[in-house]
Design a protein. Structure first.
Lengths: 251, 190
């Protein structure tokens, strides 16, 4: 808000004490700035002088109002009456709140432990040297759903078998067989980083040294592979064991 | 404490006693403020006496039920007028939602008409016409003007009620006075 002018800051004193003729040049200049004419100034002055003399007689309220108020004041308030029935003790409420919090934490931890134990069972079940190449891990490392990976794996296995038998007759190398498999074709669409996470599709990665490296990473990955992730992926325990069998079958 | 002794107590001291459920103190405070506040409500609420009485009762009912809402370290008069002003605002809201808002334009026309037909106005007429013209002034200028010139509150008290600076109060008063003077051009100080 802009600062008030000298006139506005002191308008009561000026209006009550000075007529337009009595104003000094600075005050008249202020009036000009506010676009107030001499006539308007006099009108405001007269109004204010009259306002000073107003002694409006006070209204007299109905006696019934006072009686009602005194009766209300004499009676204890509703809050007080309520407290007589249920004594207000804040420590009681604090105790209840603390108990509820503890109970919540206890049950939360309990359910978490139960989930972890079932997770461990699943982890033990899926723990195998070839588990890095399992469809679940593949899905974890790429955006392809498990069902698609599963289908691809089946198709790949079938193709590999037919290619291997064909290779025997046509003398194809392992690399040529690999390039003709459906998974290899699909891997062409993957980015380099995704390809790095597709060891099952690249035969050259499946070696003893890679297995050793996998063993080092395995424990870390298993800890992050929790029940929630399973739910997110929509994989049941039965599916996991089924997929495990498939991966074993592939290799 | 007797009633005469209570009369010498400040508003704030009375409120301290009211908080401890002193009936005589409550009665004294009511007697001290009921007339002023009823006049204020009536001026603010379209001269509706019944509505003004309802608001007055509501205000003192609040004090009777929860006197501890008042901070005894503060001044009582600005506080009670702040509560009164808030009650008026609630009434304005109620009326606007009910669609029975008083036509301010029509009131202004009536006021102008009254002024035109009256060459010379006596004091009673002046107050009456002034109140009608005030109905055409927007909030918070109107209540600021009324608190200053009808209820005779200080600039500091008004600034506390509206939670604004004294400069803002002065500015509001100045422009309201100018507007009223423009609307009552025929008025001559007698």
């Amino acid at each position: 808000m802009k600062n008030n002018s000298f006139l506005i800051e002191n308008f009561e004193e000026i209006l009550l004490q000075k007529s337009f003729e009595d104003l000094n040049d600075a005050e008249k200049e202020q009036l000009k700035l506010e676009k107030i004419s001499a006539q308007e100034y006099e009108s405001m002055r007269e109004m204010l002088l009259h306002m000073q003399e107003i002694e409006e007689s006070e209204e007299i309220p109905n006696d019934a109002i006072k009686n009602r108020l005194m009766a209300e004041f004499a009676t204890p308030t509703k809050v007080v009456a309520k407290n007589k029935i249920i004594p207000f003790n804040r420590w009681f409420y604090f105790g209840v709140a603390a108990s509820l919090t503890l109970a919540f934490v206890f049950f939360y931890k309990l359910s978490e432990n139960l989930t972890n134990s079932s997770e461990n069972k699943v982890a033990q079940q899926i723990e195998s040297p070839t588990s890095t190449n399992s469809p679940i891990q593949q899905e974890k490392n790429s955006d392809t759903p498990v069902s698609e990976v599963y289908t691809s794996a089946l198709a790949d296995t079938t193709t590999r078998k037919s290619l291997t038998s064909a290779a025997e007759s046509e003398n194809l190398s392992d690399e040529q067989i690999e390039m003709q498999s459906p998974l290899a074709k699909s891997s062409e669409r993957l980015t380099d980083s995704q390809k790095d996470f597709q060891p099952a599709t690249r035969m050259e990665i499946v070696s003893l040294s890679e297995d050793a490296k996998y063993e080092a990473d395995k424990n870390e990955k298993l800890t992050t592979f929790n029940g929630k992730k399973q739910q997110d992926m929509g994989v049941s325990l039965a599916e996991v064991s089924q997929l495990q069998n498939i991966t074993v079958e592939i290799y | 404490m007797s009633m005469p002794a209570l009369q010498s107590l400040s508003d704030e001291a009375l409120m301290e006693r009211i908080i401890t459920r002193d009936q005589l103190a409550f009665s004294q405070l009511y007697d001290r403020y009921s007339g002023k506040l009823l006049s204020y409500f009536k001026r603010m609420l379209w001269n509706n006496h019944d509505l003004a009485e309802d608001c007055l009762q509501e205000l003192f009912m609040k004090i009777a039920r929860q006197p501890e809402l008042f901070d005894v370290s503060r001044t009582f008069r600005p506080w009670v007028y702040t509560v009164a002003n808030n009650l008026c605002k609630m009434e304005y809201r109620k009326n606007s939602t009910r669609g029975i808002k008083v036509s301010l334009d029509k009131t202004a026309e009536l006021a102008d008409h009254h002024v035109k037909i009256t060459e010379k106005i006596d004091r009673k007429d002046f107050i009456h016409q002034l109140k009608e013209v005030l109905l055409t002034i927007n909030e918070p200028h109107r209540s600021t003007f009324m608190l200053r010139y009808f209820d005779e509150l200080t600039l500091k008290e008004i600034s506390a009620i509206f939670d604004c600076s004294e400069g803002t109060v002065k500015s509001r008063l100045f422009y309201t006075l100018r507007k009223i003077a423009t609307k009552l051009p025929q008025f001559k100080y007698a």
